[in-house]
Write a protein that binds this ligand. Structure first.
Ligand code: DX5
Ligand code: ZN
Length: 219
């Protein structure tokens, strides 16, 4: 079954606790926290202090998607503040292997993220050490964008590689433009974690949207 990871980027920041408790109650397994530095992506969102504040109010896994240049600088603080998964963009560091080693050394799940324009071949050498691959299905930086269907081929590739290698044990996550329609082909291709921001939090009833993603992939 697919795991659903609501992204708080589209949540109500003034009533954040209420938003988080709502998706927690609806059975979301993972809470997706988008960290943007105004350099790697144009937007600035929030920092490690938010992870520290959120940690005590939920048992959901906290997935910190670092959209920041040289993420090595911030891995330890995100881990110390309670991240369960830390995602680093392969495009944001000269030393992806070292960044992933740093994440694993903290006992946190290591996630590598690839932009729509980045090929799977670039991350092949480090797939053996990965807990989760995040395939961006939009260009990072903003919520509410349109799903890019051409990214599906990369999900298929990653799924094939996972089947071919006994030592590859990663989840495949999608992020950007995900709703109960776009999730279907991605799920068929092998994605098993769905991030959804605006689809969940711009709705009157976020729980219904989480259920709609589950129902759409229940086959
Ligand atoms: C985009 C972020 C996403 C964003 C997704 O840079 O990585 O996690 O919150 O938003 P939606 O689901 O609205 O496309
Ligand atoms: Zn994200």
């Amino acid at each position: 079954m697919i795991k659903v990871a609501p992204s708080i980027l589209s949540a109500d920041y003034v009533n954040l606790q209420k938003s988080i408790e709502e998706v927690d109650k609806a059975g979301a397994e993972i809470l997706h926290i988008d960290i943007m530095d105004g350099m790697f992506v144009p937007s600035i969102s929030y920092g490690p202090g938010w992870v520290k504040a959120i940690r005590p109010i939920t048992k959901m896994e906290l997935d910190c998607h670092l959209m920041i240049e040289n993420p090595e600088r911030y891995i330890d603080v995100f881990a110390d503040n309670g991240a369960d998964i830390i995602g680093v963009h392969v495009e944001a560091t000269q030393h992806i292997h070292r960044a992933l080693q740093m994440i694993k050394a903290k006992g946190v799940k290591a996630e590598v993220v690839i932009n729509p324009g980045t090929p799977v071949s670039l991350i092949k050498p480090i797939l053996y050490m990965i807990d989760q691959v995040l395939v961006m299905t939009v260009n990072p930086g903003f919520g509410g964008q349109k799903f890019i269907p051409e990214t599906i081929g990369k999900i298929k590739q990653l799924d094939r590689l996972r089947n071919e290698h006994d030592n590859y044990n990663y989840d495949i996550e999608i992020d950007g433009g995900v709703n109960n329609k776009t999730v279907v082909k991605a799920y068929e291709a092998g994605a098993n974690v769905a991030v959804a921001g605006s689809y969940v939090f711009d709705a009157e009833d976020p729980a219904a949207r989480i259920n709609a993603i589950r129902e759409a992939t229940n086959f």
